[in-house]
Design a protein around this ligand. Structure first.
Ligand code: BEZ
Ligand code: FE
Length: 293
């Protein structure tokens, strides 16, 4: 087969991959070719535009290392990460909704005791976070692992300023107590722009978009027999809730961070300044029997 033109090339490529032995590889390859060719037919790129596209993807790859993952940022900002998340995480009644993981999760977060202050001495408004972890039927889950991480008062994560602050801060791993509850102190996070000094930032600018995420606290919660929950809780009233650059906001994940005057806080601690209090009760869904290994 030869002499392909605009009308025959797609079928020729599809025919060439029809023999893939793994049916899933074949299905994915076929869909990729069909959609990619349809995209090119619709856009009708000039040769120069095509070269720009190749260069954009090349620079995106060159920007990736163990600290920066520009391809995930590209997926996030094009709404693909949230689409994959939606497909894979239907939410039954009582289960907490999911959202993007983001690039600032650290596997080896310090293990802390319920009640600890995890701010690492960072400046900001004191924040008490209280919460519970239960099954969707309301049964409390003791000993669940709760990873938390969030930005500082200026919108930076610890890992973005290790030179300055020297150690991890505003992140920790807790275990829920016998009642499935946990609490900790930190500082109230601020909204922040995603890293936008690379190809993704160039794309956002060209598309007339801002790079901001509304302020939030990340949670990753695991318990044996339950699906791992990856989510955030957003600060109610944040001006970016309706234009999150990565499309991650869901109403059920927005909570008021309530301001209290100096005095006794909900955990019994006495403070001499005002503080904010966030409470969130998380629901985990069981791993379907068929999915358990
Ligand atoms: C984050 O919330 O940490 C995040 C998520 C997606 C892209 C960049 C940052
Ligand atoms: Fe974040």
């Amino acid at each position: 087969m030869r002499n392909f033109d605009e009308n025959t090339i797609t079928d020729a490529v599809l025919a060439r991959i029809a023999g893939a032995s793994d049916p899933r590889v074949r299905q994915i390859s076929e869909a990729l070719v069909r959609h990619l060719h349809a995209f090119v037919r619709e856009v009708r790129p000039t040769q120069k535009e095509w070269e720009y596209g190749i260069d954009f993807l090349t620079r995106t790859g060159h920007m990736c290392d163990d600290k920066r993952q520009e391809f995930i940022l590209l997926s996030d900002t094009l709404g693909v990460s949230m689409l994959v998340d939606a497909i894979n995480h239907p939410v039954p009644e009582g289960a907490t909704e999911t959202t993007v993981l983001g690039p600032f999760f650290v596997q080896a977060a310090p293990e802390r005791q319920v009640g600890d202050d995890i701010s690492g001495g960072m400046e900001g408004d004191p924040l008490l976070v209280t919460g519970s972890v239960s099954a969707v039927d309301g049964r409390p889950l003791a000993d669940a692992v709760v990873d938390v991480w969030h930005s500082d008062d200026n919108g930076y994560y610890d890992v973005q300023q290790l030179d300055k602050i020297g150690d991890l801060a505003m992140r920790a791993r807790f275990r829920t107590n016998a009642d499935g509850r946990f609490h900790f102190w930190s500082i109230k996070p601020a909204a922040y722009p995603i890293p936008h000094n690379g190809p993704v930032g160039e794309m956002l600018e060209a598309q007339g978009r801002h790079p901001w995420r509304p302020a939030h606290v990340h949670f990753m919660i695991s318990a044996p027999g339950f699906e791992q929950l990856v989510t955030h809780v957003f600060v109610d009233g944040d001006k970016y809730l309706d234009s999150d650059v990565v499309f991650g906001v869901k109403d059920s994940l927005v909570r008021e961070f309530v301001r209290y005057p100096a005095g006794r806080a909900a955990d019994g601690r006495v403070t001499n300044t005002s503080h904010f209090h966030l409470n969130y009760d998380f629901g985990l869904k069981r791993i379907a029997a068929a999915k358990q290994e």
